[in-house]
Write a protein that binds this ligand. Structure first.
Ligand SMILES: *[C@@H]1O[C@H](CO)[C@@H](O)[C@H](O)[C@H]1NC(C)=O
Ligand SMILES: *[C@@H]1O[C@H](CO)[C@@H](O)[C@H](O)[C@H]1NC(C)=O
Ligand SMILES: *[C@@H]1O[C@H](CO)[C@@H](O)[C@H](O)[C@H]1NC(C)=O
Ligand SMILES: *[C@@H]1O[C@H](CO)[C@@H](O)[C@H](O)[C@H]1NC(C)=O
Ligand SMILES: *[C@@H]1O[C@H](CO)[C@@H](O)[C@H](O)[C@H]1NC(C)=O
Ligand SMILES: *[C@@H]1O[C@H](CO)[C@@H](O)[C@H](O)[C@H]1NC(C)=O
Length: 567
């Protein structure tokens, strides 16, 4: 901790000097907020860019601050190494130029704290000063209101639970604080598999034995794997000081005996004689979790149903196939009535939980088979994996058909495609940028919530019994067990999740051109939050126009993401 303070002092000196040099001619008040509880990112240069590393004594956090009347709080991250860098200013005709590259320090080789000199950054700055940067105007219109936000979260898979077990308690707590506390990125939701999934040490389900057991006589208590998760989540709740976590439960596969083939994967469906048993299985899980004081907020009708219908050719992990029509029968005749006639009737039911290309036809087809099946649904879940090839109009169509249903992204991860490197790319901004694009697009298209996939994975991108290794926002060094690495993805998600609490409502943020992408919200406390991304390789001069407050001009660096908060 001694180091942290010293580093802050150094930083303050450098920053102050920088402010005086950069801003003396424009007369604005910009100062850095350095409160004792805030710790900056411990920046480390990795193979693909910068990560922030945490160890048992050090991790970066940023306490939220409320903007003063007429004031704003600007938080910035960039490819070049800004990570939740914060500036505070007044809203009256300010001009801010964010090129505080002095903030970028690789502290890997501390105590020799040095500025990172990568490439010809200095030359770049001079060049962009010489030519006028491209510009864009964002007009905030508080009167145009759209969807309400429910929350953001990640998945607590068997892999996450196992990786946590390999870390000392201090680092487990750092994971919980980083994701779920207010000084972290404010997650409020967890996606939890019911039974196993591809990110587990092996496939598993409740009541694998005895077979053909319609009463689920052997599903009377939770598996030790889930009991461990509950212990971990209880710790998470107390460490991060969060009482109310929304848990969404999703099954990948029933025990093999319920299926048309005796296998976890492949072309497989639920035997119709077990339709009711599979509904009871979900209710049993909800009951047992509630008995452990871990209430389930929502369930989905099952992970990626098409993996058991067509996807099995290339997807070799636990699945259960459904067509929209067969799922409609199950929801209308079994799952819906079972949940709604139980003590847990308020548990929300989400359907589809598959890729965007199934929208909206999946629901139209459900509707044709059993109209009531749609009435049982509270929400639509969608995974992001083919979003780059399919526009958001499919989501818009589904929203038009069912305007009162919640829309959630229920899974996102990278490194899954055949041509990808199937592992975390430490420091990759390119991968983080895909998240920025996805959060912006989804939020512009009626989404109420967003779940990322595994909260943490190891250096290989696992463990995954199916060798389905991928990237993630926080990587654990399981070799030493002494460090975790917060990827650029973590900060990109945080630019949304940290600043858009539950109950926020999207408002209009109209941009004059496509030089940046943006989305804005009004929070329950009335604070306006606007998030904007510059995907270009050059600076962009952004003018934010608010009809009540006035204007603010901000010149933002290449490849940078910003969240501005004001009243
Ligand atoms: C943790 O990281 C900080 C910051 O780099 C460093 O000062 C400290 O010595 C590290 N602690 C351990 C136990 O490695
Ligand atoms: C900002 O400047 C413009 C013109 O320079 C002026 O019309 C406007 O009133 C100013 N706004 C505020 C909030 O000071
Ligand atoms: C109940 O399940 C456990 C494993 O979870 C198994 O060891 C046991 O044999 C099962 N009981 C019966 C009666 O099949
Ligand atoms: C925990 O959260 C509650 C309510 O959200 C708040 O009142 C309390 O001050 C917090 N405690 C700590 C130690 O931050
Ligand atoms: C379901 O079908 C009815 C007509 O039969 C139609 O009015 C309604 O919009 C459909 N809903 C969905 C979700 O397709
Ligand atoms: C993990 O820790 C080991 C041992 O300290 C180290 O050799 C290795 O480089 C670390 N891994 C990463 C990705 O930094």
């Amino acid at each position: 901790m001694a180091f942290a303070k010293e580093s802050l002092m150094n930083r303050m000196k450098i920053s102050d000097r920088h402010c005086v040099m950069s801003f003396q001619s424009v007369f604005i008040k910009v100062y850095f907020v350095l409160v004792a509880t805030n710790t900056p990112c411990a920046l480390r240069s990795s193979k693909y860019g910068f990560v922030c590393f945490c160890n048992v004594t050090y991790c970066d956090y940023l306490e939220p601050v409320s903007p003063k009347v007429d004031g704003f709080v600007l938080t910035s991250s960039s490819k070049e190494g800004l990570r939740f860098s914060r500036k505070i200013g007044q809203f009256s005709n300010n001009t801010i130029k964010i090129n505080d590259y002095s903030e970028l320090k690789d502290i890997t080789n501390e105590p020799n704290v040095q500025l990172i000199k990568r490439g010809n950054r200095e030359n770049k700055i001079i060049q962009s000063k010489a030519s006028k940067p491209r510009d864009v105007t964002i007009k905030i219109d508080r009167t145009k209101k759209y969807q309400e936000i429910v929350g953001f979260g990640g998945a607590f898979t068997g892999a996450v639970s196992d990786n946590l077990k390999h870390l000392p308690q201090e680092l487990q707590d750092a994971v919980y604080l980083s994701y779920f506390s207010k000084k972290g990125i404010g997650y409020s939701m967890i996606r939890m598999p019911i039974g196993g999934c591809d990110f587990d040490l092996e496939p598993w389900a409740y009541n694998e034995l005895p077979e053909n057991d319609v009463t689920l006589s052997n599903f009377t208590k939770l598996n030790y794997l889930d009991e461990t998760k509950i212990e971990q989540i209880n710790r998470l709740k107390s460490v991060a000081n969060i009482t109310n976590i929304k848990i969404m439960g999703t099954a990948w596969s029933p025990p093999k005996w319920m299926k048309t083939i005796n296998s976890w994967t492949g072309l497989n469906f639920l035997q119709t004689k077990y339709y009711q048993t599979w509904a009871d299985y979900h209710l049993r899980f909800i009951e047992l979790m509630a008995s452990k004081n871990m209430p389930i907020w929502a369930i989905t009708t099952g992970n990626e149903p098409l993996n058991g219908v067509i996807g099995w050719v290339f997807v070799h992990f636990m699945s259960l196939g459904w067509t929209a029509s067969s799922q409609a029968e199950w929801v209308a005749d079994n799952l819906g009535p079972t949940i709604r006639n139980s003590k847990f009737k308020d548990v929300k039911i989400f359907s589809n939980d598959d890729q965007r290309y199934t929208f909206p036809s999946w629901f139209e087809s459900m509707n044709e088979t059993r109209k009531e099946s749609i009435d049982y649904l509270d929400g639509l879940g969608v995974h992001w994996y083919w979003d780059e090839y399919l526009g958001p109009s499919l989501i818009d169509q589904a929203h038009e058909l069912m305007p009162n249903k919640l829309i959630f992204n229920t899974e996102s991860s990278l490194g899954d495609k055949p041509t990808n490197i199937h592992a975390p790319l430490l420091g990759s901004w390119k991968r983080a940028e895909k998240y920025a694009r996805s959060y912006l697009e989804d939020l512009q298209h009626s989404f109420n919530g967003y779940f990322d996939w595994n909260l943490i994975l190891n250096e290989q991108g696992g463990p995954s019994y199916a060798d389905n290794f991928i990237d993630t926002a926080v990587v654990v060094n399981t070799t030493s067990g002494q460090e975790i690495y917060k990827q650029p993805i973590f900060y990109v998600i945080g630019h949304f999740s940290k600043f858009i609490p539950e109950g926020s409502i999207r408002i209009d943020a109209e941009r004059s051109n496509t030089n940046i992408n943006t989305v804005a919200f009004v929070r329950p406390d009335g604070t306006i939050t606007c998030i904007f991304y510059n995907s270009a390789k050059d600076e962009v001069a952004v003018t934010l126009v608010d009809s009540i407050r006035g204007n603010i001009e901000i010149t933002i660096p290449p490849k940078s993401l910003h969240t501005i908060e004001y009243n």
